[in-house]
Design a protein around this ligand. Sequence first.
Ligand code: ADP
Ligand code: MG
Length: 394
Amino acid sequence: MRKLFIEDLKLAGKRVLVRLDYNVPGDAEGRVTNDARITASLPTLRHILAEGASAVLCSHRSRPKGDEPRYSLRPVAARLEELIGLPVGMARRGAVVSDEARNMAAALSPGELMLLENLRYDPREQEGREELARELASLADLFVNDAFPVCHRKDTSVVGVPRFLKSAYGYQLREEVENLSQLLGEVQRPYVGIMGGAKISTKLGVVKSFLERVDRLLVGGGMAYTFLAALGREVGGSIHEPDYLEYAKDLLLRHADKIVLPTDHYVVERIDPACKARLADEIPADRAAVDIGDATRRRFAEEIARARTVFWNGPVGYFEDSRFAEGTRSVAREVAKLKAKGAFTVVGGGDSVAAVEDAGLDSASFSFVSTGGGASLEFVQGKELPGIEALTDR
Ligand code: ADP
Ligand code: MG
């Protein structure tokens, strides 16, 4: 990358503001139920501390209304203390950049760290306000962004702070960029894209850009029913978007040879735990499709088996109900077989990562599992991400 990397910075004796992705899931009290994102931040933090700098960490957590206590980062600080084996100070209450937080930051010695409260407790974070950018920047000498999942946003901590501090990217961000970049240039073929998820409207750009680059695009999940409806097929109560029929029709016309749609489905009367699914070639008008059918699974498996490069985003069924997760699990298993054969396989998307776990697999089963969600989807279209653009040029 043509941007500064954390290893390019002279860190000794400096105070570093670090933007992390501590948007960890929690229970009703806000206790951390999965600490993968905290663990993932350790290489960057250990590097900063080992080089003799101190660190002021910041992140958002979920979408709080006001300063809802369940989205506090306090439980994250507690978990981080255990993982890194050092105290992680936090200001007691008040504004994100309160006087207390300022004093704590000023008092940090080399090798010490502290965490600011949920950035989204301050409405200015998502308004991209310069005033908050200045407040955050005043806490440190340097800035490191290691939060790839927010790099597609123009939030204050993402694009505002780098206007005031020399800014570099950290180890996690590098990992994302290095892996996802491999999907953009020359790839080993066949290149197979697998797209699912709820709506085509949230993924128009990705679908279009993939159709231009892949050899096959396997389409499942809610998105598939918009395509099938565009072909004039009955989709019953399956999720689909009537406003995008023309769009889907146009893609089908231009890329008929690449798009592989489901040919059979598991259908239910309603999406309801009480309703039993049955296999059908055509979706009855009074039924909704909730998973790809057996023949479709076999067809997808054949296409996947031939692939040398795979990008998969979006579950191919309503996988939150385990009865309808089997299609998604079969996709996960087929893709997981490829890495050992030397193929390059990437999974991206919040629900897709959950689906991988649901299938009993983990990141080791794939060349790369992106935690980037929306940011990954923008990046793999070849778009420049504002959070990366904002960093200091080498
Ligand atoms: P990702 O986060 O991986 O990008 P999306 O957010 O686009 O994926 O979509 C995931 C959602 O799509 C899941 O909640 C899943 O249940 C839903 N979904 C997929 N297929 C269906 C279907 N046939 N019917 C209802 N919901 C579906
Ligand atoms: Mg999602």
